[in-house]
Design a protein. Structure first.
Length: 362
């Protein structure tokens, strides 16, 4: 393959027959020239879409960029291009690295025809459920825990049973009324028939009641008012909360301290807002997603009690074009926040949402 380059007006030719990526020696590639000479040279990678651009350094005094055809061993290089003199290239890169970093826009996410986008922790959670390991998801309000678990239950062919925080024992055990009729619970149905039992807001549940759940997980049987029942082979448990069981904090004031024996039963997985889901529900509106994520970060840094969840993005997306942007922000994003608190947020961009925030702040 002939590579043509120009240095100070002088045309020179580099004859490269093949560039081969090394999987045995990380960070190296092998160059074979047309005349049969071989060279081993260091390289480093830059991600650019489908291919990985690799810069070949120290090939004499020259630098070339190239891309790999595939990820298999001995991958051939394609699109070989001359970049410049090694010293010049390094100086330019060092200068660029010293420039202030500009915030990058979120990636545009392709959505399937049915509109389903899976959370980044989807496969981790699914694997734990398949292996019958109880899971405790810890993450902010409105981050999509419920929806993700419904997706997993459907994929695994499990019935989905939901209970939101347990304050009384009967919410788990059920009870027999004065007429002798037993009132089943979601937990009972999952335990007896098999299925995924999801206890949301476990950190808002009474710790003494959770001891019952501990026993059911540990023993594989449970004493219901109707008698002792063995757990179905397909019974699975997932719990979720906004804290790791250490009690209330500034944002979640109603949370309780969880017993370590309870937490020890669960694999704890952090479950945060996923940019891929945000892009999907905003219909690939990168400006809106960046704006909401910026507000979220500022609220955390400044200790402001506010939740900028997926619901904000959903509401803005539905209302945009029907109401003024300022009105949408007040009712769907800041949600009753007083003017002084809204003024503490710093508009960070030149997009329409940041400009609207400036107008709201007055």
């Amino acid at each position: 393959m002939e590579i043509q380059k120009s240095i100070a007006g002088e045309i020179k030719l580099k004859r490269i027959a093949r560039i081969e990526k090394s999987f045995k020696y990380e960070g190296y590639c092998f160059i074979t020239t047309i005349d049969g000479k071989s060279y081993k040279r260091k390289c480093y990678e830059r991600k650019t879409g489908v291919f990985k651009d690799c810069i070949l350094v120290n090939f004499g005094t020259d630098v070339f960029s190239f891309q790999w055809k595939d990820k298999s061993s001995n991958a051939d290089a394609i699109n070989i291009q001359y970049v410049g003199n090694y010293k010049t290239v390094k100086e330019a890169e060092e200068a660029a690295s010293n420039e202030p970093e500009t915030p990058s826009k979120p990636p545009v996410i392709e959505v399937s025809e049915d509109g389903e986008v899976k959370h980044e922790k989807y496969n981790t959670i699914k694997t734990c459920i398949q292996e019958n390991i109880p899971v405790y998801l810890v993450g902010p309000a409105g981050s999509g825990k419920n929806h993700t678990l419904e997706q997993i239950a459907w994929e695994l062919g499990l019935e989905f049973y939901f209970t939101n925080s347990v304050q009384q024992e009967y919410k788990l055990t059920g009870f027999i009324d004065a007429g002798g009729n037993y009132h089943e619970t979601e937990f009972y149905r999952a335990f007896v028939n098999g299925g995924l039992f999801f206890l949301d807001e476990m950190d808002a549940s009474i710790p003494e009641v959770l001891v019952l759940l501990n026993a059911a997980i540990a023993n594989g049987y449970f004493e219901f008012p109707t008698g002792k029942v063995e757990a179905h082979k397909n019974f699975r448990v997932v719990a979720a909360g906004n804290t790791v069981g250490n009690g209330a904090d500034e944002r979640y004031t109603g949370r309780l301290v969880l017993d370590q024996a309870t937490l020890d039963r669960f694999a704890i997985i952090e479950f945060d807002y996923d940019i891929r889901i945000e892009m999907a529900i905003s219909k690939n509106n990168a400006e809106l997603v960046s704006f909401i994520r910026g507000l979220r970060k500022q609220a955390e840094e400044k200790g402001i009690r506010a939740t900028f969840s997926y619901r904000c993005i959903t509401m803005v997306t539905k209302l945009e074009g029907k109401l003024a942007v300022e009105e949408i922000l007040v009712m769907a994003v800041f949600k009753g926040m007083d003017k002084d608190t809204i003024r503490t947020f710093r508009p960070e961009g030149h997009d329409k949402y940041s400009e609207a925030l400036k107008r709201v702040q007055g």
